[in-house]
Design a protein around this ligand. Structure first.
Ligand code: KG4
Ligand code: ZN
Length: 353
């Protein structure tokens, strides 16, 4: 089954053609560079850029896949969450295409797409086995998700404030590295000492409590995340180092980046390890933009052990792309979960469960 998928939830205009939820026939991503001068995504600029880009990107994806409209079995789109102006462009384009070409239409949750990036370009015998736990880390989300089977999601851990990717971006800004910051932090970290600064390994586990007989009992380890304290600790360190009007030198910047990256990743890896102990899944998945961080993958392997069936998407499928939407859509199509093009609306606050 060939699915044409469209993803426009933030600042990447992307169209892909995916066969049977795994084989990428084409995947085109047009990243909007307009935002870098503002240090973050400007919603109004993003929406206008999607309008400019969507049809050329669509044409390119169809040409690259070497197919025509009659070869396409269904069309999929990200319904949400995301920026409303950005989502509208993808959803309305998809509705029009579905009506014009009389194709079934599938609505996909953005996080669901990130999770299903793990099914892309894998032979059937290499695909994730259920039950599984997936750590999804992007600019907007930090979630631990338990899946008993396809499309069945249970959120077992979430962030109470910033997403991990957002913390990467904010620390990059504090260091004057530019946007998007995650990749820049990881590159700079290669030159730094991750043990130079001791930042807090934030843990939301409750303090021990007394049981009914008065004995102290440990609370169950928390699977939730918090990144605002870590970001503030980095800010405090930078203020301390620059208090006499001094500038950070390159070595200090690299050490801060490396120490931050190490701590941010340890928080993720520690909670994932806790989730494995509790849920005992057959597969462990990593997904979302931050999943392309090589140190994060290493830190997870150090914690969960080489013998764990730990999978992550190839780097270009970690950050936003339409192929992952096509992969998730395939499993909705198998269940015949189609939506009426007349009724599909974008939902910036779309919930996974
Ligand atoms: O999944 P994604 O493309 O978009 C959202 O759904 O948010 O993730 C983007 C996030 C950004 O915060 C970016 O800084 C982060 O992923 N990111 C990284 C790396 N590459 C992208 N964070 C850490 N290390 C990286 N190599
Ligand atoms: Zn994303």
């Amino acid at each position: 089954m060939k699915i044409l998928a469209i993803e426009t939830s933030c600042d990447d205009t992307s169209v892909a053609v995916v066969e049977d939820g795994s084989y990428i026939l084409s995947s085109v991503v047009s990243t909007q560079l307009e935002h870098s001068q503002y240090g973050g995504v400007v919603p109004e600029i993003a929406a206008r850029a999607h309008i400019r880009n969507i049809l050329p990107v669509l044409d390119e994806a169809i040409n690259e896949a070497e197919i025509t409209w009659k070869d396409i079995d269904a069309i999929a789109v990200t319904k949400g969450p995301g920026l409303i102006g950005s989502l509208i462009v993808g959803v309305n384009t998809t509705r029009t295409l579905a009506l014009m070409h009389k194709k079934p239409l599938i609505a996909v949750h953005h996080t669901e797409g990130h999770i299903y990036a793990n099914w892309l370009s894998r032979e059937e015998n290499e695909q994730p086995v259920f039950p599984l736990v997936c750590l999804t880390v992007s600019g907007g989300h930090t979630n631990l998700i338990y899946m008993r089977d396809h499309l069945q999601y249970e959120i077992i851990g979430e962030t109470h404030d910033d997403a991990a990717g957002e913390a990467y971006d904010k620390v990059a800004k504090l260091l004057g590295l530019g946007y998007p910051g995650g990749l820049l932090i990881s590159l700079l970290s290669e030159k730094g000492d991750k043990h130079k600064y001791l930042f807090p390994l934030v843990d939301l586990t409750d303090a021990p409590k007394r049981d009914s007989e008065g004995y102290l009992r440990d609370a169950e380890p928390s699977l939730d995340f918090s990144y605002s304290g870590l970001k503030t600790a980095v800010l405090r360190e930078i203020k301390q180092l620059t208090k006499d009007g001094k500038q950070l030198d390159e070595k200090q910047k690299a050490d801060i980046a490396a120490s931050f990256q190490y701590t941010a990743n340890e928080i993720l890896a520690r909670n994932l390890e806790r989730a494995l102990r509790k849920f005992k899944p057959k597969t462990v998945l990593l997904s979302g933009g931050v999943a392309s961080n090589v140190s994060l993958r290493k830190q997870i392997i150090e914690r969960v052990g080489e013998q764990t069936n730990f999978l992550f998407p190839e780097a270009k499928c970690c950050t936003d792309n339409a192929a992952m939407i096509g992969a998730a859509a395939y499993y909705h199509a198998l269940k015949r979960e189609f939506v009426d093009p007349e009724e599909l609306t974008p939902d910036p606050n779309y919930k996974l469960t």
